[in-house]
Design a protein around this ligand. Structure first.
Ligand code: ZN
Length: 294
């Protein structure tokens, strides 16, 4: 699934090609793409308008059109945006034609990608406020902010990083890479990290995302850039998808484990497992018997 660096790669490629152009024609082949709105409603709202800016928020691509009409695109699992593809494109869900004759196809074999409409900047702000937390490459993502976010969280830090309502744009790849860089085990509860560890984690999240953007994203399955090309960050993975290989830092074997329901990669020598805390079994059973109504 495209994460922040992959979406940012697409945005950087596409922005100079679409900004200032008019969306001359919009065709929506798959009505599921823009549910719950009907395709006609989306076409009516956007067609004929100038694209003022192509922005990104988390894993969303944000099209800002004239008169504060916004199209919020999410590529989900297998969505791609292809600019003037030479080969016939399959699984096309929508087609955007620009006034300079170029076209852009939204292709998505598994059809999980979405497009939503917002009218007015406030609606965009509200939409993201309900779904997304801090932008990790933005100025608000400071050490003290991360400390406040993690405070009291009992969830494993891997799950904490994947929660888009706290930090927007980090997915499975960049969570593993960041935790390795910060030497933190993925199963460690977020709220029990030390101040020093949280500082390391903040730097590691930022540096992993920046490295991903620098490599044009990572292509594991379906991700392609707007020219149909692949990213190269998969060649620079430190631990992700490297089970059985030696750790690039200490040489121990990288393992695969499950965290937050996702295949997770770590070096348990550099990233020591959290020690199991003894559970107060007696106390718990006493409390549960008290709470019974008889
Ligand atoms: Zn190691």
């Amino acid at each position: 699934m495209p994460e922040l660096p992959e979406v940012e790669t697409i945005r950087r490629q596409l922005a100079p090609l679409v900004e200032g152009r008019v969306l001359a024609r919009l065709q929506i082949a798959d009505p599921r793409w823009c549910l719950p709105l009907a395709p006609e409603a989306v076409v009516d709202a956007l067609q004929g308008r100038q694209v003022e800016r192509l922005a990104r928020r988390g894993k969303y691509l944000v099209w800002e059109l004239a008169d504060e009409a916004f199209l919020l695109m999410h590529l989900r699992m297998t969505g791609t945006l292809l600019y003037d593809p030479t080969a016939p494109a399959r699984h096309t869900r929508a087609r955007l034609e620009l006034d300079d004759g170029h076209r852009l196809l939204v292709c998505d074999p598994r059809r999980f990608g979405t497009a939503e409409l917002a009218r007015g900047r406030q609606e965009v702000t509200d939409f993201f406020a309900a779904r997304l937390g801090v932008e990790p490459l933005g100025p608000r993502f400071t050490e003290s902010y991360l400390r406040a976010l993690a405070s009291g969280r009992r969830a494993p830090v891997k799950a904490f990083l994947l929660d888009q309502r706290r930090i927007a744009g980090v997915g499975n790849i960049y969570a593993d890479e960041a935790l390795f860089r910060a030497r933190i085990h993925p199963l460690r509860p977020a709220g029990r990290l030390s101040v020093g560890q949280l500082g390391e984690l903040r730097r590691a999240v930022v540096s992993s995302l920046r490295a991903g953007i620098g490599a044009g994203g990572a292509t594991i399955d379906d991700y392609r850039d707007v020219d149909g090309g692949r990213g190269s960050f998969q060649d620079q993975f430190l631990v992700h998808r490297r089970a059985g290989e030696p750790c690039p830092r200490c040489g121990a074997t990288i393992v695969k484990l499950m965290a937050a329901g996702r295949g997770t990669y770590a070096c348990e020598s550099c990233q020591p497992r959290p020690r199991r805390r003894r559970r107060p079994v007696v106390q718990r059973s006493a409390r549960s018997s008290v709470s019974r109504p008889f």
